[in-house]
Each structure stands twice: as structure tokens, then as C-alpha cells.
Design a binder for this molecule. Structure first.
Ligand code: FES
Ligand SMILES: [Fe+2]
Length: 443
């Protein structure tokens, strides 16, 4: 099949479908690596993971082994974890603190600024041997937005802030919830799902599935005595006022009122217990004081799920999680998940947050396993190659609502443009449809 036929879009007839071979093909994955993962900005880590000089974390981004490190000068850098001598990995621990990295093969030593600081039996090299040229190599672009570090393997990539486009508003909305900054809470969830990475990306932008798929979690929430959940609509996703938006460059968001769910910032629910009520009220009052009623209400009483294209997801729901994923095969994706919390949060609040995190969003929670089972089920059924297309047309011909697939179409348009070899899609938004009220724009 020609690449341009992989997605069929016909706004007049409300058709948007994607050929399922894009989820199973080795050739498509090879193209994705070359035209998407080698060209976009990709998340690598948060500054709070490296509090002290010498702190380091190993990362894998777009198939490259990397070291994310704070040097003795206090600056954060990213290096390829590849010795400039013969190539052995100079860092073999997942995290730690080090003045230097000594390669285990022939013991070349690099300081935490990446400079080649020591060579055993250096007399074997000439006096003018260019050690500077043999420093650890960094990706061509390393950028940071408010402490979130990204790398790009393309020297031509646009500036990070430009790339993030409308996603910046949502990153701000999350980071501003903290008075003294956000931190990644220690502990990582790492797991592999037997599904194409795009099934995970589109699941992360999808609210339509929540009432159908996550009944266990919603029943659990409703089971608390005094829960307002039962008097709410069936799931907060069904409440009016929610919406999905495309945010430019393939990024997208779904945002809605929290409804009968719990939110450590700062929406009390009976599952938190009476004891937590006053603390949550205090947190909420301070946010109102700092950010004003309107913005505070958005932070406390609404949630958002958003994707920074192609592979970085924020869940700002009953906790805040960061997750990023790496394709390992057409039918396998590896996830890394962290919780994010305000630095100033009390121990009791943090406990509530983390319990909330694992009860819904964790791989053993009441909801996330549903998502994983659903996307693995999709992937497995793609063996029936005669069923060729997946439909993503929901809400194409009306003013978009939260459960419509608008941000997912935006993801696919950017994906398709890049697979075709273009830098970005001419447009990521749905086209306005005359006479339907469906004039739909990200801006
Ligand atoms: S490969 Fe690292 S010192 Fe030889
Ligand atoms: Fe879900």
C-alpha cells in the first residue's frame, strides 16, 4: 500500500480511518524511527531527578542509551552512554551519583561534564592527542521547558518552546499547582505492553472508553459512603463542559470537570477520609490566593490527559503522572511511568496522592490494566488482516466534545505527514464543516 493511502480523511462525509497495517508493519516502524523519533523533540527527564551535582540517571530515548546527568558545575547535560574509545557503556547503573564514569573495557575515564579525564598508559598516544574531541557526545539538541528536559537527534529541529506549541499552557497548568516546584517522586513503574506504541498514544487521548471500560474503578469510587459520585452522571467524562483540543504539532488534550473523583490538588472525596478534609481545603485556599479563583478552579476541579507528540503523556487526574514510551517492535511498547508531586506537599497528602495513583493509574490499579488489556486485544485482532481499517471519525461533524476523537485525529495527521517525509502536517485540526456548527480549531 502507498504511504499516502494509509489514512483516509473525507470531512464532507465524516470519514476518518487508519489502515491497520500501520500498527503491525516492520517497515512502518523503521520509517517511524527515521522520520518521527529521529526528528522530534523527545522527553528525557525532569530536573528534580538530579538534585545534586554528580547525580545521574540512565535513559533510553529513540533507541539510544543515554546518561542524564548534573555536572559538578550544576548544569544538566545529556550524553550518549557510549565510550568514545571502542563504544562500551561508560555508565552501567540506572542511577546514582558520580564524579566520573570509568569505562569497564579499557578504563578510559570521563568526568561528569563529559570530558575525557583519564587514559591508562597514556604514553601510547602522541602528546597532541586530541582528548577534547573524545569527550562523551551529546545529542545535537538538548532543551528544557521549566525543568522538563527533551532531546532531539535532529540538528534542524525547531526550538523546543515552539515545538511544544499549545501544550505549554497545559504544562504550566500542572507545574503551577506547586508553590515551590514539582518533583518526580522516587520510584519508577517500568513495563512492556504487547501493542503498537500508537495504540498507547491514542488511548492516552481518549475519554470515550472511560465509562465503558473503567467500570471497576467507577464502582469503587461510588462505593464510598457519602460519595457524590452516584448523583453525578455515570462518569466525569460524561459531564458537560469537557472538551478535547488539538494543541499543534500533533499534541492534544482532553479536559473536564473532575466530578465525583478525588484529587489531591485539591478536590476532597470520601475516599480521602474526614481527616484530610481540612488540609485539602487549606491547599485549595492557597492556590486561590496565588492563582486567582478561575485558574485555581481549573487546577483543582478539572482534570486533563494530554499527549506531547509523539510519546510523552501527562495524566493530571487523580494524581499526576508522567509517562513516556519507546516502541520496541511493531507490537510491543515499553513504558516508563513516574508520579509528580509538589515539593511542599505534606507527607499525609503525598500518601493520598500515591495511593490514588496506584489505585487508578498504576499497572496493578483498578483502571490502567483495563487500558492495557484493551490495546493488547486490538493488537492481537490485527492478525485478521482482512479487517483493514480503524475508525476515528467520532465528532468530526459537530462542535467537539470531550469524548470525541478530535485530538486523536490531530495526532494521526501529524503522524501521517511525518511518515510521508514532511516536517509537519499542513493542519492538525479538523476542517470547519459548513452548516454543521463544526468549525473546529485548536487556536
Ligand atoms: S571501550 Fe571504553 S575504554 Fe575502551
Ligand atoms: Fe483508560
Amino acid at each position: 500500500m502507498n504511504l499516502d493511502q494509509l489514512i483516509v480523511e473525507d470531512p464532507e462525509r465524516g470519514i476518518f480511518r487508519v489502515h491497520r497495517s500501520v500498527m503491525t508493519s516492520e517497515q512502518i516502524l523503521a520509517l517511524e524511527r527515521e522520520r518521527i523519533f529521529d526528528r522530534c523533540w523527545l522527553y528525557v527527564g525532569h530536573e528534580s531527578e538530579l538534585p545534586k551535582p554528580g547525580d545521574f540517571r540512565r535513559r533510553e530515548v529513540a533507541g539510544r542509551p543515554l546518561i542524564f546527568v548534573r555536572g559538578k558545575d550544576g548544569a544538566v547535560r545529556v550524553f550518549h552512554n557510549s565510550c568514545t574509545h571502542w563504544g562500551a557503556k561508560v555508565c552501567r547503573l540506572d542511577h546514582g551519583n558520580a564524579d566520573s564514569f570509568q569505562c569497564f573495557y579499557h578504563a578510559w575515564t570521563f568526568n561528569n561534564l563529559g570530558q575525557l579525564a583519564g587514559i591508562p598508559d597514556a604514553a601510547g598516544y602522541p602528546k597532541d592527542f586530541d582528548r577534547a574531541a573524545l569527550a562523551l557526545k551529546s545529542p545535537p539538541k538538548v532543551g528544557n521547558y521549566r525543568g522538563l528536559y527533551f532531546v532531539s537527534f535532529s540538528p534542524q529541529v525547531e526550538p523546543l518552546a515552539e515545538y511544544l506549541a499549545g501544550a505549554r499552557e497545559y504544562i504550566d497548568l500542572i507545574l503551577d499547582q506547586a508553590e515551590t516546584g514539582m518533583r518526580v517522586v522516587a520510584g519508577t513503574q517500568l513495563y512492556t505492553v504487547r501493542a503498537n506504541w500508537k495504540l498507547l498514544a491514542t488511548n492516552s487521548l481518549d475519554s470515550y472508553h472511560a465509562p465503558a471500560l473503567h467500570t471497576t474503578y467507577f464502582s469503587y469510587m461510588a462505593s464510598f459512603k457519602g460519595s457524590d459520585y452516584q448523583s453525578e452522571t455515570r462518569a466525569s467524562a460524561l459531564r458537560p463542559g469537557g472538551r478535547g483540543r488539538s494543541l499543534g504539532n500533533g499534541h492534544g488534550v482532553g479536559e473536564s470537570a473532575i466530578g465525583g473523583m478525588a484529587r489531591p490538588i485539591a478536590h476532597w472525596h470520601p475516599m480521602f477520609g474526614e481527616k484530610a478534609k481540612s488540609e485539602i481545603a487549606r491547599v485549595q485556599a492557597r492556590i486561590v490566593e496565588r492563582c486567582g479563583e478561575e485558574r485555581a478552579s481549573r487546577m483543582c476541579d478539572t482534570f486533563r490527559l494530554f499527549l506531547i507528540y509523539p510519546n510523552f503523556v501527562f495524566h493530571d487526574v487523580m494524581a499526576i503522572t508522567i509517562r513516556y514510551f519507546e516502541p520496541v517492535a511493531p507490537d510491543a511498547v515499553r513504558l516508563t511511568v513516574y508520579a509528580l508531586a509538589p515539593n511542599e506537599e505534606s507527607k499525609e497528602q503525598l500518601d493520598l496522592r500515591l495511593n490514588n495513583f496506584v489505585s487508578f493509574l498504576g499497572p496493578g490499579g483498578f483502571a490502567h490494566p483495563d487500558d492495557l488489556e484493551a490495546i493488547e486485544s486490538c493488537q492481537d485482532s490485527f492478525r485478521s488482516r482482512e479487517v483493514e481499517w480503524s475508525d476515528f471519525s467520532r465528532g468530526m461533524r459537530r462542535q467537539p466534545e470531550l469524548m470525541d476523537e478530535l485530538p486523536i485525529r490531530a495526532f494521526w495527521r501529524q503522524w501521517h505527514a511525518q511518515i510521508m517525509g514532511d516536517k509537519k502536517a499542513m493542519r492538525v485540526d479538523d476542517l470547519p464543516i459548513a452548516g454543521t456548527g463544526g468549525a473546529i480549531s485548536a487556536k
